[in-house]
Design a protein around this ligand. Structure first.
Ligand code: B16
Ligand code: MG
Length: 218
């Protein structure tokens, strides 16, 4: 039985990876090394401080914890200057329709994101009201693949994990869903996310009926 759907944010509801890329690239350039789109792939679904660690490893740099904090803050300020200007048009195709369909079917909806900026992004794309619960980088101690973010979401909704479906674009996110004992739907490439229970390219054309069929429920 599907009682709730939990959504990752970046790469599932919106594409903020392009703004993260601009901001990390600017920081890397300031530090004197190149940061490529391929490098950026390694940061998807990863927390801000873990992303910085990866970036510093790419640049072969060692810095103090204080400098790390300052760098992360600087990157975030530039990132926020971009997401502040986001509009509802940036919601990925089919997402809003699918969320509305879930609501109409009485299925509860939660957000499960690593981002501390999730509330602002949802506000900018005008989707805050669609979520019954929000769990984001501000309210979790453990990063994905730890299941904390999704277990907290289920708890807030008052739904058992086995009755939850997770939509995720990152490998660590699918692992987190599996660790939470939830049904996982990968958004993206089957080559990378093939270990999820189901993989779809995106929400365009995807319906609640299709999800129910895949789960073998009426
Ligand atoms: P922030 P998600 C993640 O969002 C992003 O995929 C990842 O690239 C980012 O580093 C992380 O949020 C933290 O974001 O700096 O805004 O707190 O995919 O978990 O929705
Ligand atoms: Mg993501």
């Amino acid at each position: 039985m599907i009682e709730a759907c939990l959504f990752d944010l970046d790469g599932v509801v919106v594409d903020t990876a392009k703004y993260h890329f601009i901001a990390w690239k600017a920081l890397a350039e300031e530090l004197g090394f190149e940061f490529t789109l391929e490098d950026n792939e390694r940061l998807k679904g990863v927390s801000r401080m873990q992303s910085l660690e990866i970036l510093l490893e790419i640049g072969n740099l060692r810095v103090s914890d204080r400098e790390k904090l300052a760098m992360a803050e600087k990157k975030n300020a530039l990132y926020v200057s971009y997401i502040e200007k986001m509009t509802p048009e940036e919601t990925l195709p089919g997402v809003e329709k699918f969320l509305r369909e879930l609501r109409a079917a009485g299925i509860r909806i939660a957000l499960g994101s690593a981002s501390k900026n999730a509330p602002m992004i949802l506000e900018r794309i005008q989707l805050s009201g669609m979520f019954d619960a929000i769990v984001d980088g501000n309210s979790i101690a453990e990063a994905k693949p730890n299941p904390e973010v999704f277990l907290k979401g289920a708890e807030k909704l008052g739904v058992l994990p086995e009755n939850c479906v997770v939509f995720e674009d990152a490998i660590a996110g699918i692992e987190a869903a599996q660790n939470a004992n939830m049904y996982s739907v990968g958004i993206g490439d089957p080559e990378t996310l093939g270990f999820a229970d189901m993989v779809i390219p995106g929400f365009d054309g995807f319906t609640v009926d299709m999800l129910k069929k895949a789960l073998n429920c009426a």
